[in-house]
Design a protein around this ligand. Structure first.
Ligand code: ATP
Ligand code: MG
Length: 159
């Protein structure tokens, strides 16, 4: 059944509220007017969102901000992004960041836990939904991961 997009993003931040409080990180949610409800596999998209938000919380120092945004973009896509004010990713690693088990230098990841699978799983799920996922990052400034979900399938509007 259709998913209310704003509610879905609020639910993600609720799932991480304890971790956010612990690191004094606040979240901002922005949803374009008129988005309302959209049909997709909620469990799978939740998994994508959980992976992205968990990365943002791992790699953002105390006092940071995580922004979740949803908008309708050209080509009848819903675009959802998760942006943080964290440590960022070096340019040289950006090409490989969606590969299985790929982690930016072991030293900074060692204490963080995890296996380097989150982004590759996110990409698989988004692809399976006919969307694309992309990451932009500035070292020391932050990271933004955006993914699209087509709103139209088989000639019929899903929303
Ligand atoms: P897992 O997701 O399996 O727990 P992981 O978080 O290390 O482990 P990915 O989610 O695939 O694995 O991320 C791969 C690597 O990309 C991370 O190890 C980290 O170095 C870098 N990375 C991912 N998201 C961010 C982010 N928001 N800010 C900074 N670096 C990030
Ligand atoms: Mg991860």
């Amino acid at each position: 059944e259709p998913t209310d997009v704003l509610e879905m993003l609020e639910d993600v931040t609720d799932r991480f509220s304890f971790q956010m409080q612990q690191k004094n990180i606040r979240s901002i949610i922005k949803v374009d007017k008129g988005i309302g409800s959209v049909s997709f596999d909620r469990d799978q998209i939740d998994q994508v969102l959980d992976n992205l938000v968990s990365n943002s919380l791992k790699y953002t120092p105390e006092g940071g901000v995580v922004t979740l945004e949803a908008k309708v973009t050209e080509g009848a896509n819903l675009t959802i992004s998760v942006r943080d004010t964290g440590i960022g990713i070096p340019k040289k690693d950006l090409d490989r960041i969606f590969e299985r088990f790929y982690r930016v230098d072991k030293a900074r990841s060692r204490n963080m836990g995890g296996t380097g699978l989150g982004l590759s799983i996110a990409r698989e799920i988004v692809s399976a939904h006919g969307g694309v996922i992309a990451l932009q990052s500035e070292l020391g400034q932050g990271t933004k991961v955006s993914f699209t979900l087509p709103l139209v399938e088989d000639g019929g509007v899903l929303s």
